[in-house]
Design a protein around this ligand. Structure first.
Ligand code: ADP
Ligand code: MG
Length: 679
């Protein structure tokens, strides 16, 4: 544990406000000192004054200055919570969790009591929660049950510069709410840049700037282009590490994703082991979105004397989380970026070069407490060719879910919604088309009963539709298990490199009937449940125990939501019924076998393949539906299930006519309808 058990007196303000603290935990004096040493502390009174005088305020301050952890506490101390809770939104789940934990410790309260967090499928708040850290997506969902945010006195939309889709949508909604509720304070906080744009959008709101403290950071470029950024990052980290000086700082390496981080970790372990005791101890700390909560805190543990820490992080360490003690930055210059092609409906996550703004932020993660060094694993020319900023997410993502949320909030005219940056028209059209096809919207674009029920689930609309449809086929219990696993986004099958064969054999035991991956996933869940959720069973069957535990949690949440959506909990082992429910949700993702083993999608006539990891890869059926398309060496369908074309007409008669289904060019598409409701 980071903090020794030690009791201190709560400050007077805290005592006054937090009268019912039952478990004052380990807040140390050091934490109180930390609070005062943050750049924002000097501006506390001034800030409170400005907040008092401005209903809407843009706050700009360098990363690490204390915006996220301190401002909500200042407002609490200034008693804003008398009228309601303080919400602070984050685009990233890990940031919401980690920051809430930090603030709870600073206030000496138990996480989930006065300070809590709420992220999709996990709510750690209680009746007494007054500071609520949450993902921007969760606040959007809360608007469905509380359109005026009546239980909040302050909304702080944090990390506004990230411009996540949910943040962008929140902007438009909270702007309206603030107009209707003069008692609501609205703070928009951002690390840098674009503040004029924020101010302009919020009707010339005032900007409050927290001056940062900064030491010089030496930036190094490579002389020539690096062939393998991962190997180069690992080597650079080791080069720095072997020259450890007393009092030297830690290393932060930015990598695009979990896979690279895991590989780098392995490479570093091998290489340091090879060097034995010739080098000082190197403590390797990964941090990424799917890292289990228990391990996330490790990055903040201060490095012992004589050792060095190397943090391997995704973009999460760029502005959302600040790790103290970093002196060296290694920046390969890549991140994962989502792109969306409305024409094909394909959303991909690709490793792409970062923007100049990102590179600057990354370098700035050193030099906070002393001079820093930044090693860019690219040339100066490459830097000069980088884009200034990344495009906001709303320009490059599928909006079906967002449109359904807006419709369920009663926003009819989506095209004229007050977007800070409007999404591409084609993306909106596609989203409306999909929702009409799923029956969530009627043809003029009004939310239907089905749509209202779908909107209860924080899932992709196709998954929500499967669950709603499962009511009819009396298999809601099965469908929430399947949806829970699919919503994880990562495989539940464990495939260690050295045991590929054993793992494949184990996997085949779940293939019963070979009708598809959805049913196989259901078999995994049900078999695990029969063992009373045994961890040992997962090990024996090459199943990822962590993913399954997460799926179980998600499933529990979905079960609770069934009631809200007026769906009975029913169980039915007939796989035909289950497949009908599945097809009711993803009938637009139908593909037909071609000569040579490829498939052609019905919707856009693309050539695609069954993913090699699929149950159906060895025996491709004539017709399939798929959960998603992923692009690697080819376009692959992932999570594939066999269907009979007759089913299409049964579940989506408005969309398919039987005589059409054999010919992909003459399918019935409600395209014109989708466009019509935009006007
Ligand atoms: P900002 O939002 O302005 O970027 P924060 O409020 O997130 O700043 O961070 C302020 C300080 O709190 C930083 O120095 C950071 O290192 C520290 N901090 C935040 N979370 C933790 C944690 N879990 N453990 C230790 N220090 C933390
Ligand atoms: Mg912050």
């Amino acid at each position: 544990e980071e903090d020794p058990i030690k009791f201190i007196k709560a400050t007077e303000v805290e005592q006054g406000l937090l009268s019912s603290i039952s478990e004052v935990n380990t807040t140390s004096e050091r934490l109180a000192d930390d609070r005062k040493s943050l750049p924002i502390y000097q501006y506390k009174e001034k800030l409170l004054e400005v907040v008092k005088d401005n209903q809407v305020l843009i706050i700009v301050g360098e990363t690490g200055s204390g915006k996220t952890t301190q401002i909500p506490q200042y407002l609490l101390e200034a008693r804003y919570t008398r009228r309601g809770k303080i919400a602070c939104t984050q685009p990233r789940r890990v940031a919401a969790m980690s920051i809430a934990a930090r603030v709870a410790r600073q206030m000496g309260v138990k996480l989930g009591h006065e300070v809590g967090y709420s992220i999709r499928f996990e709510d750690r708040t209680s009746d007494r929660t007054v500071l609520k850290y949450m993902t921007d997506g969760m606040l959007l969902r809360e608007l469905q049950s509380e359109p005026d945010l009546a239980s909040y006195s302050v909304v702080m939309v944090d990390e506004a510069h990230e411009r996540s889709v949910s943040t962008d949508i929140l902007f438009g909604l909270v702007k309206d709410i603030a107009m209707a509720r003069p008692d609501l304070k609205l703070l928009i906080s951002s690390a840098t840049s674009d503040t004029e744009k924020f101010s302009e959008y919020f009707d010339s709101a005032n900007i409050f700037t927290i001056p940062g403290r900064r030491y010089h950071v030496d930036i190094h470029y490579t002389e020539t282009q690096v062939a393998d950024y991962l190997a180069a990052a690992v080597d650079t980290a080791l080069q720095i590490h072997v020259k450890l000086q007393p009092g030297d700082g830690d290393i932060l390496v930015f990598l695009p994703g979990q896979d690279d981080i895991e590989n780098a970790e392995e490479m570093l372990r091998l290489k340091t082991r090879g060097l034995g005791t010739k080098i000082p101890e190197l403590i390797i700390c990964p941090i990424y979105a799917n890292l289990p909560t228990e391990l996330q805190a490790k990055i903040f543990i201060p490095t012992p004397q004589g050792a060095r820490k190397v943090v391997l992080a995704t973009n999460i360490a760029e502005t959302s989380l600040t790790i103290n003690g970093i002196k060296y930055i290694i920046d390969p210059g890549y991140c994962k970026t989502k792109t969306y092609q409305p024409r094909t409906g394909m959303e991909t996550l690709k490793v792409t070069p970062v923007s100049k703004a990102s590179a600057t932020q990354r370098a700035g993660r050193s030099g906070r407490t002393g001079p820093g060094e930044c090693y860019r694993l690219y040339t100066r020319d490459i830097y000069n060719s980088m884009d200034e900023n990344v495009e906001p997410e709303i320009k490059r993502t599928n909006l079906a879910n967002v449109v359904l949320t807006l419709k369920s909030l009663g926003i009819e005219d989506i095209k004229n919604f007050d977007f800070m940056d409007p999404p591409p028209g084609e993306t909106l059209t596609k989203a409306l088309e999909l929702l009409i096809a799923l029956g969530a919207l009627d043809e003029p674009g009004k939310l239907t009963k089905v749509g209202r029920r779908m909107a209860e689930f924080p899932l992709d609309p196709m998954l929500s539709k499967m669950i709603v449809a499962s009511d009819e086929y009396k298999c809601s219990s099965e469908l929430i298990s399947i949806a829970a696993i699919l919503s994880l986004g990562n495989s539940v099958f464990y495939r260690p490199k050295d045991k590929r064969k054993d793992a494949a054999t184990a996997r085949e035991r779940f293939y019963m009937g070979n009708v598809g991956d959805h049913i196989a996933l259901l078999n995994v869940y049900n078999s695990w449940k029969e063992t009373d959720f045994s961890t040992q069973w997962c090990y024996e069957n090459y199943i990822q125990v962590r993913s399954m535990k997460q799926a179980r949690k998600v499933r529990e949440q979905l079960e609770g939501l069934l009631k809200m959506a007026e769906i009975e909990v029913t169980s039915n082992a007939n796989d035909l019924d289950i497949r009908m429910a599945i097809v009711s949700g993803c009938f637009r993702h139908t593909a037909r076998l071609q000569k040579g083993g490829s498939y052609q999608t019905v919707e856009s006539c693309r050539t695609v393949y069954i993913h090699p990891s699929s149950v159906l890869a060895q025996a491709p059926p004539r017709w399939v539906v798929y959960h998603e398309l992923v692009e690697t060496s080819r376009e692959y369908m992932r999570q594939v299930t066999e269907l009979k074309p007759e089913w299409l007409e049964k579940v989506a008669p408005h969309y398919y006519k039987l005589e059409d289904t054999e010919d992909c060019s003459s399918k019935k598409m409600p395209r014109a309808v989708g466009r019509a409701c935009l006007n």
